[in-house]
Design a protein around this ligand. Structure first.
Ligand SMILES: Cc1ncc(COP(=O)(O)O)c(C=O)c1O
Length: 372
């Protein structure tokens, strides 16, 4: 029986973090201490921005970013329909309404032209996603936001290490929001971060991350805003930092495996492989292919599972889910997102994947398609 190939495996080694964890436990500083500051500095430097504010997840990072933009009840936020529903949930938490935008024909990200047609007097923010670590179309989206006088906040949950037109993901728009969930390129178990070049926004994010608390020397601390506890712990930050020290090799290893998949799968009929354009670098948070409509994607997942290979869907079309469609949120004109939700397939991408493992996944996919 061949060894099972998992979809993901966190790229962490205990020896990498043993000393840091000992130091944290001995210091007694378990939250919001020097490791969190250092992790923030390291992500800000990698992304090329002035400020980074760590949070408990990307969901809370997006929520915090929307709050500091002043988003609230009665407002609308444009988000891609084809995304993990955390994007929509963060909008709903503010009391605003998510307006679902279709993806493009040729890319999974928010289609700027569809977004333009959905701007209303209530729209406050355009919130694109970099699906699977593939940068959204920032040139068009930044122009659109500027023309319409809207905030541009990016759900960069999957795109640490990706870039477009010489700028890193997380450095587009006013704020970028990262995730450090175990399925991400760098993981803290759970965790998130907002990146920005705006010092005032960074101050607001820090204030609201920590209950709206202000400390003034010689005075009793004051709570100046009703806010949240979205603070990251020191142990989470130590895990993240250990991977930030190796981020270039983590990314190049992922790209090597993705290139091997690209080469093998570009010749397989029924499977569409999307690759980065000359101006993009992808982080390959996930390696995702699009299957032809005649192929039963869910049967492919089950079939590959029986061959010892874990795969999953690409991601969701939010409008198909009761949490959103029951609230009368827009659900028409979303044909690309629907097709992507039904026909995308994520293949295993773990650290140091061997060519024979890639070959096994490809052979299993070809055999699955052949059997249908
Ligand atoms: C596009 C996108 N946004 C947001 C999230 C939520 O991230 P977190 O689990 O850190 O809240 C995810 C998680 O998978 C995601 O893929």
């Amino acid at each position: 029986m061949k060894k099972r190939i998992p979809l993901i495996a966190p790229d962490l080694e205990f020896e990498d973090v043993r000393r840091d964890i000992e130091r944290i436990l001995m210091s007694g500083v378990l939250t919001a201490g020097p490791y969190v500051c250092e992790f923030e500095r390291s992500v800000a430097e990698r992304v090329g921005v002035d400020h980074a504010v760590a949070t408990t997840s990307a969901t809370t990072a997006i929520h915090l970013a929307l709050v500091v933009c002043g988003v609230g009840p009665g407002d609308e936020v444009l988000i891609p329909d084809f995304t993990f529903p955390a994007t929509a949930n963060a909008v709903i938490q503010t009391g605003a309404t998510p307006v679902f935008v279709d993806s493009g024909h040729a890319d999974f990200a928010m289609d700027p032209e569809s977004a333009r047609t959905l701007i209303s007097p209530r729209t406050r923010v355009i919130l694109p996603v970099d699906p699977f670590g593939q940068p959204a179309n920032y040139l068009a989206l930044e122009r659109l936001a500027a023309d319409a006088g809207l905030h541009l906040v990016v759900d960069a949950a999957c795109s640490l290490g990706a870039s477009r037109a010489g700028r890193e993901c997380g450095a587009h728009g006013e704020m970028g929001c990262f995730s450090f969930h175990p399925r991400k390129v760098v993981t803290c178990g759970e965790g998130g971060m907002v990146t920005t070049n705006d010092a005032n926004l960074a101050d607001q994010l820090r204030l609201r991350r920590n209950h709206g608390l202000v400390r003034i020397e010689g005075k009793v601390p004051e709570f100046v805003e009703p806010a949240f506890n979205y603070r990251m712990t020191e142990i989470q930050a130590a895990l993240g930092l250990s991977q930030m020290r190796r981020i270039e090799s983590i990314l190049s290893d992922r790209r090597l495996t993705a290139n091997r998949y690209d080469d093998a799968l570009s010749k397989v009929s029924g499977v569409s492989v999307r690759t980065a354009t000359a101006e993009e670098t992808w982080s390959y948070q996930s390696y995702v292919v699009l299957l032809d409509d005649e192929i039963d994607r869910n049967a492919a997942i089950a079939n590959m599972d029986s061959m010892g290979i874990e795969t999953t869907i690409g991601t969701y079309a939010c409008h198909q889910h009761p949490a959103f469609c029951s609230q009368g949120i827009r659900s028409d004109g979303l044909s690309n997102a629907t097709r992507y939700a039904n026909q995308t397939l994520t293949l295993p991408l773990v650290a140091n994947m061997s060519t024979s493992e890639v070959d096994r996944v490809v052979a299993a996919l070809i055999s699955t398609i052949g059997q249908q």
